[in-house]
Design a protein around this ligand. Structure first.
Ligand SMILES: Nc1nc2c(ncn2[C@@H]2O[C@H](COP(=O)(O)OP(=O)(O)OP(=O)(O)O)[C@@H](O)[C@H]2O)c(=O)[nH]1
Ligand SMILES: [Mg+2]
Ligand SMILES: [Zn+2]
Length: 324
């Protein structure tokens, strides 16, 4: 589609309209302020359309709406919120709204992904670790693991790979799987073999989750919620059914942050088909592959595309078996 050029006049008109809208929003916000209690700190536990569940410092859950001028909040965000003081005849009980989020605290990290339409969607904030869950069913895909890893490296969040459902493999199948996953352990990523069904590997998993805030990501049906349920049997968590198609059914529809008994937090997230890297430019994608690090800047040509150029360090790395 050809880009439409806006004239200066049109631009001025648009920004005047936007400014007016901003003023209107802040006036409604001010009107509400009279009914608000004092400012408090909380954490976003989950997100439901325009409202969020905030956990206060006493572990109480409060349903809050979000000030319109704030950017999109995500699970794990630390926020400032104010309780709504109820007056007689107030029918807010029906909406169950108990507070308003008025500010976001600075984020230590933000995981985002690109939607198929191109839009960048924030996934979770303030996480220390990305737990990439894959399984023997739905089938394991290295390109998908790679895209998760690139996203993790670019965001600066440490990844861990969990391979679930090893109960479905026979001995030879397990040997083959371990060989495939060696690709990742060889370049420094922790790989844990696991089965929720047969209770294999849970100790190593808890050890990794201990005292950290982690987000569980991976395709639908790999068993993310099943792991959460195993760690928190008391919690009401819906587990999906695997159909004949071998694909999950997108059982989890919204991210939720859970507190772990071992200390730390675990965010369960909805399964996604893909975790696109299209929003990351070529140089940064290259940096997202840790095994390229030693070869960066060592090609004969400074602008080497690592495809057809002679004396390409990357291709040398592949030939010597150091890069897969
Ligand atoms: N055989 C086997 N099945 C498992 C294991 N873990 C989970 N499952 C099954 O896998 C299916 C999907 O599990 P969920 O935990 O709902 O998967 P999910 O990753 O949360 O899926 P979404 O919420 O859709 O993203 C369920 O039928 C589980 O019973 C396992 O270790 N072995
Ligand atoms: Mg789930
Ligand atoms: Zn090169």
């Amino acid at each position: 589609m050809a880009k439409r050029r806006l004239t200066e006049r049109q631009k001025e008109r648009i920004s005047a309209i936007q400014e007016k809208r901003r003023q209107r929003v802040s006036e409604t916000d001010k009107e509400q302020d009279g009914a608000l209690g004092s400012e408090q700190i909380g954490t976003i536990i989950s997100h439901h359309g325009r409202s969020v569940i905030v956990e206060d410092t006493q572990s109480k859950l409060i349903r809050c709406s979000v000030r319109q001028n704030l950017k999109a909040l995500v699970c794990g965000d630390s926020v400032v919120w104010q309780p709504i003081n109820k007056e007689d005849g107030d029918n807010r009980e029906e909406t169950n709204q108990q507070g308003i989020v008025t500010a976001i605290q600075p984020r230590s990290s933000l995981l985002a992904r690109q939607l198929p339409g191109g839009e960048i969607k924030s996934v979770a904030a303030n996480v220390d670790q990305i737990v990439i869950m894959v399984a023997t069913k739905p089938a394991l895909s290295e390109p998908l693991i790679d895209r998760y890893l690139v996203n993790a490296e670019i965001t600066g969040i440490k990844p861990v790979i969990i391979v679930n459902k090893i109960d479905l493999l026979d001995e030879d199948g397990f040997i083959e799987l371990k060989q495939r996953m060696k690709l990742y352990s060889d370049i420094g990523y922790p790989v844990l073999f696991f089965s929720v069904k047969q209770d294999i590997g849970i100790n190593q998993v808890t050890e990794k989750l201990n005292q950290k805030t982690s987000i569980l990501v991976g395709q639908s049906g790999v068993g993310k919620s099943s792991l959460v349920k195993q760690l928190l049997p008391e919690q009401e968590i819906t587990i999906g059914k695997l159909g004949d198609t071998d694909l999950g059914k997108h059982t989890t529809t919204t991210s939720v942050l859970y507190h772990l008994p071992c200390g730390g937090n675990l965010i369960d997230s909805p399964g996604v088909r893909d975790f696109g890297v299209w929003h990351i430019d070529k140089d940064n994608i290259t940096k997202g592959f840790v095994e390229f690090k030693d070869y960066q800047g060592k090609c004969k040509f400074r602008n080497c595309s690592h495809t057809i150029e002679p004396e390409c360090a990357f291709k040398g790395g592949v030939e010597s078996g150091k890069i897969s």
